[in-house]
Write a protein that binds this ligand. Sequence first.
Ligand code: NAI
Ligand code: MG
Length: 488
Amino acid sequence: MAKEKSNTAKLDFKLEYAAAPESKSSAKINSKYGLFINGKFEKPESKKYFDTINPATEEKIATIAEANQTDVNKAVKAARTAYNNVWSKMPAKERAKYIYRIARMIQERARELAIIETMDGGKPIRESRDIDIPLAANHFFYYAGWADKLQYAFPNKKIAPLGVAGQIIPWNFPLLMAAWKIAPALATGNTVVLKPAETTPLTALKLAEIIQESDLPPGVVNIITGAGATGAAIVNHPDINKIAFTGSTDVGKIIQRAIAGTNKKATLELGGKAANIIFDDAPLDQAVEGVINGIFFNQGHVCCAGSRLFVQESVYNKVLQKLRDRIETLIVGDPLDKNTDIGAINSKQQMDTILKYLKIGEKEGAVMHQSQCSIPKKGYFIRPTLFTNVAQSSRIVQEEIFGPVLTIQTFRTDDEVIEKANNTPYGLSAGVWTDKGSKIFNLTTKMRAGVVWANTFNKFDPTSPFGGYKESGFGREGGLHGLGAYLK
Ligand code: NAI
Ligand code: MG
């Protein structure tokens, strides 16, 4: 075979971008936040507070209330009263107006929300500005539209809301996850007690301010902060009808045990270890971009991240070289800088987890390759990392790392890659890169994953359902399916 010239030209000079930091001045952040219960911010009965920090600077941003059992009781009571007296009685088209108003207000304050999201969680401002916040608004818009059309969504069925929903969300997409959970719950006539993750509570509290300004009847949405114990108090509260959880598979299992034998309904969105598969007929440059986006988007803190790459043997060397060249151009650093591609790891704890996996990988005999870029001295940062020479049984191939770490394996035939890709306890998402439609259909039907992308990756839309199989959880969020999860 004729030797092809690589079309990724070797860079013999380094492109330097002038710093382009987003200004923090439009972000209004209080120094202290209470719990948002019954339409008001209240001091916690626990009298306890914790700090939320900026993981890019390790500086404290604000002090946040830590809700205890008494606080959870108050929030659930407010939600139950609002459900009984107001929300379940309100005509659906009136409910829709509130949801629509919240969507508009998120849009109006998009810039401020994006900056706060980036400061609190470490993700690049480009992502919070262009993805997280617009998608959060879109979820409210989309479900506002459904609120008075539920009978069309479920024809010939007698439908009713469940009641009070307890919602626990993670730190990787804080405002977006709040929108995913709150919008469909409100559209279907439920009331809500939501708890954001302890490292990223700020945009949920900003959303509480928006909800307050929107005049949503008090108690319909309550937002309380705290760590695992607060989450557990919500899960175990007897007056909650539905639990919606996104987070680790370990906590998902605890929740499932806790609600077994009760009448509580649940949707659990848990971890993932998605296969991203490149066939030799794929447009390789596009595929490499998709792989880069699939694993380095949001520092790899993505449940559907394409963390297991499978490359057809005949193009392996080419793809590997392109990946190595491409990661050299990724800018790791200040998340508020508009040039930044990879921001800060969300917390010290998560950084330690990722570093632990890098050690495990090397101990298992895998070959690690990291980009050479400089990283800030302060804050939690990890360079984009590739692992080759891994086996199906390697822990870094089997376990969710939730960081900017890609494992790379090869395959020869369709059947082989299907077998390898499905050999995982998870089943949330997958990606296929090929020029052939028939291959796409063959693979998408045989992949045990809730979402399979073809010639693209990490595409999200409020109209399409999202959710997993096996240890990735059950239930679907988004689209019509997302409504069903809040109705009986
Ligand atoms: P986590 O599952 O502990 O945290 C998620 C949410 O659950 C947070 O709001 C937390 O306060 C709450 N929580 C913790 N313990 C709880 C309990 N017993 N009952 C009710 N709620 C509880 O996730 P963590 O420890 O922050 O991350 C560990 C790993 O989990 C990550 O490395 C990653 O692999 C995975 N993860 C997956 C996510 C996803 O989107 N699928 C999101 C976050 C983490
Ligand atoms: Mg924080």
